[in-house]
Design a protein around this ligand. Structure first.
Ligand code: FE2
Ligand code: FE2
Length: 288
């Protein structure tokens, strides 16, 4: 398999793993992190993030551009039973898929990663099967996510914040994979992407718990090859999202959501911290 074909193949896998992350996260938030089903779904989502990460690192090493657009995740949303059956199908299909791909590559690391994604998909199917078998009749025929109690205007503001943070986070992950040769900066960027995931979670959880799909959509990502440019954009973008978060702190609605208000304040402080750090990296890069 030539390099280009290999990158194309891994990018399709990346998009599938990304789809799985989003599906399990949204469902996990709808169930609630503090429920056994929700906790289990979020745990699967974290494992799908590893899967994404290994593929993204390889694509970056191969000189490819990672495809940050998730594939569709086909599932039957009728009730919990049909949802978990869809997840089991999805994971089961990935086992032969990854095994077949592993058989077609020569690089031992890539082969091992693909094989691992096969056997971890098998574990996922098994865990979902266990949840499915343990559902009470009421749970099985019901749907996750309580009715919405948030005013529409507040939801649209939260959705905008989710979209912007999701874009910023994916941009960071993409940059970390692309600039991994610059090991220290690559790792620092990834570190901040993890903070962004958490910041995203604070808001997305609130939205999903109200039975609404969080807006995991992105603006256009910057696919540039210059680290200096990427850092400059990252700092500017942080300033933008910080302004949005500060604006959300004003008004009566936020006062009704004490937990969210604390997390938004935390996010604002973290964004300020990250911006200052990134500006220092930019200076360090100039003097290199
Ligand atoms: Fe996976
Ligand atoms: Fe999986």
């Amino acid at each position: 398999m030539d390099n280009k074909e290999l990158i194309r193949m891994l990018n399709r896998d990346l998009a599938d793993e990304h789809a799985a992350v989003l599906r399990y996260i949204v469902h996990g938030y709808q169930e609630g992190e503090d429920t056994p089903t929700g906790a289990s779904l979020l745990s699967r989502a974290r494992e799908e993030m590893w899967h994404m990460h290994w593929l993204g690192m390889i694509i970056g090493q191969l000189g490819g551009e990672p495809d940050m657009k998730p594939a569709p995740y086909p599932f039957d949303p009728a009730n919990r039973s049909t949802m978990f059956k869809s997840y089991i199908d999805y994971e089961n299909k990935l086992i032969p898929h990854y095994k077949e791909e592993a058989g077609r590559v020569d690089d031992p690391h890539i082969k091992r990663v693909l094989e691992r994604e096969a056997w971890e998909s098998k574990v996922h199917a098994g865990k979902f099967n266990k949840i499915l078998n343990k559902l009470t009749p009421d749970e099985a025929s019901g749907k996750p996510g309580a009715g919405n109690k948030l005013p529409p205007e507040f939801i649209s503001r939260l959705q905008e914040i989710i979209k912007n943070k999701y874009t910023q986070m994916l941009q960071g992950i993409r940059n970390a994979w692309i600039f991994q040769k610059d090991a220290k900066t690559g790792w620092q960027i990834m570190d901040f992407s993890m903070t962004k995931m958490k910041q995203l979670a604070h808001v997305a959880e609130e939205v999903a718990a109200n039975g609404i799909n969080p807006m995991f959509k992105t603006d256009k990502l910057d696919l540039g090859a210059s680290l200096a440019e990427a850092l400059k954009n990252a700092a500017a973008d942080l300033e933008k999202t910080r302004v949005d978060h500060i604006a959300l702190q004003i008004g009566d609605e936020i006062k009704k959501h004490a937990g969210l208000a604390i997390n938004i304040e935390l996010t604002v402080n973290q964004e300020e911290y990250e911006e200052a750090e990134i500006k220092e990296w930019i200076e360090a890069l100039k003097s290199r």
